[in-house]
Design a protein around this ligand. Structure first.
Ligand SMILES: Cc1ncc(COP(=O)(O)O)c(C=O)c1O
Length: 418
């Protein structure tokens, strides 16, 4: 098992893919430029972009080949680069951090709070004259404190980037996530709510950001490769294009999203209710249970010793030791290792000129370490060793199985919680 979208792959996805194969156009632009348009060409990538933009209540979307590409394109689109700092939580997938590094900017690690997302108070403390943006990450499907973070960004003239890779389908106070920041990035890898194996999306309501993100993802070209005449390309881009085959899978998955969210929320609600009275056990803070789409139920225990013993009894691990989502476990970040010895970012002269010098160390985020050290992730539809969610249920498990697993959790907890 990976994520819930994978679990729902069926005839609808197969039909969508066959349609593309039968038409014979695998490339997002269909046919060679200059030729007439064949009516059999479906434009699935374009359809996907339109649907995601509409669902997100923004005007623009660019489909790309991964969440990492989406984050990198988003930051390039905002003009983030050498000499800049971007504030990012110390609990996130490494791609949030590496995408900042490969723009040439420097990541500034900040604490999480009980939502397990960026702590606005620590963000304020980490702002320097070099700060250009705040990257909020909606970890494990739970929206962060977006209003506070938006206000901080506005007050200090910073960009707000939403890393929504783990939270496609979630909302914040009625606004789809990704639409509160200047730009949002999604991932469609196999652990995400909906998937096509890999994939990503940049969303924004700002036309200039859209044009720049599009250009970066497709060799510097104008959106949809219209007006691509020599002399009209704003800057050099790369190729992060998405394919018709993958977009076809995602179009089918999109139609399943409401059912998928319902399954996740129902199972989570039942699991939560069945263990809520355990003494000393708390849940991570969820701002609105109707708006989160978490594939994981995170419990916080009184101390690290209890959490470790319980995790071992459940054949799981505390989140701090769960894998690569914790800055303490990212040796390449801590040691500032890039692909080449003299890379611009940490050793960028523009950074030094602006008075910047970055050092990371294990234990530098005590609030984050404390929370992660006494938390356990219970799977509600995703199994990701990188998040330590070995114990739990799938979206196919019925409510009897949820009750059984919750009983098992209670039995283990009763030995350690008093
Ligand atoms: C928070 C977060 N950011 C970024 C990414 C990168 O997405 P992808 O794997 O599609 O490149 C992921 C994916 O795991 C993620 O969880």
């Amino acid at each position: 098992m990976a994520g819930p979208g994978m679990e729902l792959i069926g005839e609808e996805e197969i039909e969508e893919v066959l349609e593309v194969l039968r038409a014979g156009y695998l490339y997002r632009y269909g046919i060679s430029l200059g030729d007439g348009v064949d009516p059999r060409f479906q434009g699935k990538v374009y359809q996907l972009e339109r649907q995601v933009a509409e669902q997100s209540l923004v005007r623009y979307a660019v489909a790309v080949n991964s969440g990492t590409s989406a984050l990198l394109s988003a930051m390039v689109a905002l003009g983030i680069g050498p000499g800049d700092e971007v504030i990012v939580p110390g609990f996130t997938f490494v791609a949030s951090i590496s995408s900042i590094v490969y723009t040439g900017a420097v990541p500034v690690l900040a604490e999480i709070d009980r939502t397990f997302n960026l702590d606005p108070e620590d963000v304020k403390a980490k702002i320097s004259p070099r700060t250009r943006a705040i990257m909020v990450v909606h970890m494990m499907g739970n929206p962060a404190r977006l209003q506070e973070l938006r206000e901080i960004a506005d007050e200090h003239g910073l960009h707000l980037i939403e890393d929504c890779c783990q939270a496609f389908g979630a909302a914040y106070r009625g606004r789809p996530i990704g639409s509160v920041g200047d730009v949002g990035a999604f991932s469609f890898n196999i652990y995400k709510t909906i998937t096509a194996g890999d994939g990503g999306m940049v969303i924004t309501d700002d036309e200039e950001v859209y044009r720049r993100a599009f250009a970066f993802h497709d060799q510097g070209h104008a959106p949809l490769r219209q007006g691509v005449e020599i002399g009209k390309r704003p800057f050099l881009g790369l190729d992060f294009r998405y394919t018709e085959l993958q977009a076809a899978v995602l179009l089918a998955q999109l139609r399943k999203l409401p059912e998928l969210i319902d399954r996740l929320q129902t199972r989570k609600r039942h699991f939560k209710a069945a263990i809520a009275d355990l003494p000393g056990l708390e849940f991570r803070e969820v701002l609105d249970p109707e708006e989160e789409i978490a594939t994981i139920l995170t419990v916080i225990l009184p101390d690290a010793e209890v959490a470790e013993k319980m995790a071992a009894a459940l054949e799981s691990k505390v989140v701090a030791e769960a894998g690569w989502h914790v800055y303490n476990n990212m040796e390449h970040v801590l040691e500032q290792r890039m692909a080449t010895a003299l890379s611009c970012s940490f050793s960028c002269p523009h950074y030094a000129e602006r008075g910047g010098e970055m050092r990371y160390r294990r234990g530098m985020l005590p609030q984050t370490d404390d929370l992660l050290g006494r938390s356990i992730n219970i799977s509600i539809g995703v199994s990701d060793v990188g998040l330590g969610s070995g114990f739990g249920v799938t979206i196919h498990d019925d409510l009897d199985v949820v009750a059984e697993r919750a009983d098992e959790f209670r039995r283990v907890a009763s030995s350690y919680l008093i």
